[in-house]
Design a protein around this ligand. Structure first.
Ligand code: FBP
Length: 560
């Protein structure tokens, strides 16, 4: 590689840490099996759908004094879904373990996400290839994609490609949807005597692929630190100029873990949490009033500035919006063949057609929105049928509605301040950052451990590395059956087996930390400035992991 920045050169030299159970080498491992497992819910249905892979035990690796010989294997790897810092290290860990087990083993990378295995587009890795990507952010080593790997035809094509390359195991690095598909593929391969194992790795900056067995998905640590740095910088700017209200939307498709973590690291004046909005059944108007009250109170105290953090998924958690979006999804499926919509010549005419097709209550909600948001709600859905919330400018919607409310209050004589808003969206800025030391180590361990699972004959498992608030040497490596995390949910009108998404727990210690401090943070400027991620220096600064993990581990609110 040419043209490397000084930091790139230094990060390439970083040697990621492994749990001590794995550090003795891939051929010095023994497996400890737990008892049989069950799905989180809908056990009978999941058991029926995963006849061959259901109920297997969770496993833990221990160092073994005796050394084993590994047979020759070829493995394929796929990066699936949104980028998350550390993906390259998962592949590096997998590659190192595979070559250590048997130097004639081969690792193939499927290009452009799951479509690579279907279309037979791949590369073979060698030392030089891997070495250029160690400890770097991004998924550009092989690219990623959002194709859903779920149909019989796709499975058959994947089998053909694997047979051609003599691949006996596939590693899928992805979020809850991609790992659901990994479970389906694993089951299909066993049911069809394909002799191909499938192992998943927990990836997503959103932090919603977690449960009793998986403490956090990779990428969450780095992404939240990156957003916290940016929020901190903006807080300094706001506190210096004292003239702007910054409305900052933070990525995270559904759950608010990312916004919550970034807020705990920076202590802004306002933090909305989608899960709370849903639980309290807050309307858009109530959210606007909540924000407006704080703006007015701060203005009364002479502070015409502040920071509001808004989770990306908020819009879908507001009950009236959720109902409207669900109705709109059905309506949109018919619009392409709707002559009124197709022949409408202006965007306003198109909005009118949509309003006419929606149920009356939903039409009222849609019609109350600014044109910008109406248009964004009509954009294409993602392959899972979801609204692409990253494209909906909720921060601008709130600014517009708060401005109107403040104007009303001004006319009534109840507001004398000056509201000068700025909007931001932090999402893509954090997904490909250089992985923090935590993510560099965690990802390398996940990849190395994925090969340990393959080498020990497991399939339908998620690579699991736990005890993550301890030093890496004390991490616990093993695997959990993917079926253990599944339940049945309605998707596209049908009940389907899926890995359960973890939302913010409103009775948990992480949300409690925000709840107990937010009134103070609203009025008194308690801003924290985390600064840029530190890769070198004292371990108390450069290796520290998220507030979320620490609070979840302690299960008691930590002092801020
Ligand atoms: P994954 O769940 O696939 O990891 O992706 C999450 C995410 O980063 C969300 O936070 C965001 O809403 C979405 O991807 C954006 O998707 P895209 O990259 O397709 O714009």
């Amino acid at each position: 590689m040419t043209n490397l920045s000084p930091l790139q050169i230094e990060r390439l030299k970083y040697q990621p840490k492994l749990p001590s159970s794995l550090a003795e080498g891939i051929n010095h491992l023994s497996v400890e099996e737990g008892s049989a497992t069950e799905a989180v819910d809908n056990k009978a249905e999941i058991k029926e759908l995963f006849k061959n892979t259901y109920g297997k035990p969770a496993v833990t690796f221990k160092t073994s004094n005796s050394s084993t010989e590994s047979e020759q294997r070829n493995v394929g790897v796929i990066l699936s879904g949104g980028q998350a810092p550390g993906g390259h290290n998962v592949i590096a860990g997998l590659y190192d373990a595979l070559k250590q087990a048997n130097p004639s083993n081969k690792l193939y990378g499927f290009l452009g996400g799951p479509s690579g295995i279907i279309d037979g587009k791949y590369v073979e890795f060698d030392d030089k290839f891997i070495d250029d990507y160690r400890n770097t952010g991004g998924f550009d080593i092989i690219g990623s994609g959002r194709t859903k790997l779920e149909t019989q035809e796709q499975f058959e094509k994947s089998l053909e490609v694997c047979k051609k390359l003599n691949i006996s195991a596939v590693v899928i690095i992805g979020g809850d949807d991609s790992n659901t598909n990994a479970a389906l593929l694993a089951e299909w391969f066993v049911a069809n005597n394909a002799g191909i194992q499938v192992i998943g790795c927990p990836k997503t900056i959103d932090g919603d692929l977690k449960n009793e067995q998986i403490e956090i998905s990779f990428g969450f640590d780095t992404a939240t630190k990156t957003y916290a740095e940016l929020i901190g910088n903006i807080q300094r700017d706001a506190n210096s100029a004292k003239k702007y209200w910054h409305f900052i939307k933070i990525m995270g498709r559904s759950a608010s873990h990312v916004a919550l973590e970034a807020a705990l690291q920076t202590q802004p004046n306002i933090t909305l949490i989608s899960e709370e909005v849903e639980q309290k059944k807050m309307s858009l108007e109530e959210i606007v009033n909540y924000i407006t009250n704080i703006i007015v109170k701060r203005a009364d105290a002479g502070k015409n500035f502040g920071i509001a953090v808004i989770p990306e998924g908020l819009i879908e958690f507001i009950p009236e919006m959720k109902s409207m979006i669900s109705n709109l999804n059905d309506v949109m499926a018919t619009l392409e063949s709707d002559p009124d919509f197709v022949n409408a010549t202006t965007i306003r005419e198109k909005f009118d057609v949509v309003e006419n097709r929606l149920d009356p209550d939903n039409a009222k909600v849609y019609s109350s929105l600014p044109a910008l948001i109406k248009g964004q709600l009509l954009a294409d859905r993602d392959p899972h049928g979801n609204v692409q919330v990253s494209k909906i400018e909720t921060e601008k919607l709130l600014i517009e509605m708060v401005s109107s409310r403040l104007q009303e209050l001004r006319l009534q004589g109840d507001y004398i301040g000056k509201f000068s808003p700025q909007s931001h969206f932090f999402g893509y800025e954090g997904r490909c950052a250089f992985p923090s030391n935590f993510d560099a180590d965690y990802c390398y361990s996940l990849g190395y451990n994925a090969f340990a699972l393959i080498n020990n004959g497991f399939t339908g498992y998620l690579s699991s590395v736990r005890n993550l608030t301890a030093p890496a040497s004390e991490w616990i490596a093993g695997g959990v059956p993917l079926t253990m995390m599944m339940n049945m949910e309605r998707r596209h009108g049908e009940m389907k087996p899926v890995i359960k998404k973890a939302l913010v727990e409103l009775d948990g210690p992480v949300f409690a930390q925000l709840a107990k401090n937010r009134e103070d943070w609203a009025m008194n400027d308690r801003y924290l400035f985390p600064g840029a991620i530190q890769y070198f220096g004292p371990s108390s600064v450069c290796d520290i992991t998220t507030v979320t993990l620490q609070l979840e581990k302690s299960k008691t609110p930590a002092a801020v």
